[in-house]
Design a protein around this ligand. Structure first.
Ligand code: CU
Length: 143
């Protein structure tokens, strides 16, 4: 009986903790303040356990974590083009996200989970289209 009470207490506390996690909206847009084909905002700092909701505000976009640009141990994610995606980010670090169809047009964003004050050196080491690289460099300026 006592064991059940403890389990219930743990569950209640767990749920209460989850209630403090935030959900952040990111719009996927044909045109935003920064120009054509953007995530808005394009830079986001969140707490571990927070959720990012990619909103299909305009059609034809998706959100996909980029191989080699997410923290070690983090789970890759991808949405279908035109679909919403909610992803909960538990692993601290810097995440590079792209829209697959518009990667070459620079449709990328940076998400920082936790307190990281710099991107790892390998973050921009891979093959990145020039427009995407330009935007990533600008986004990393927020760190
Ligand atoms: Cu797109």
């Amino acid at each position: 009986m006592k064991r059940i009470a403890l389990a219930t207490l743990a569950l209640t506390l767990g749920l209460a903790g989850a209630a403090f996690a935030e959900t952040h909206q990111v719009q996927m847009l044909n045109r935003g303040e920064a120009g054509p084909m953007v995530f808005e905002p394009a830079f986001l700092r969140v707490a571990p356990g927070d959720t990012v909701h990619f909103v299909a505000a305009d059609r034809g976009h998706n959100a996909e974590s980029i191989d080699g640009m997410i923290p070690a141990g983090a789970e890759a994610f991808t949405s279908r083009v035109g679909q919403e995606l909610e992803v909960t980010l538990d692993t601290e670090g810097v995440y590079g996200v792209r829209c697959t169809p518009h990667y070459a047009m620079g449709m990328v964003m940076t998400i920082v989970v936790g307190d990281a004050s710099a991107a790892p050196e390998a973050f921009l080491a891979g093959r990145i289209p020039p427009r995407a690289r330009e935007r990533f460099e600008a986004q990393l300026g927020n760190l």
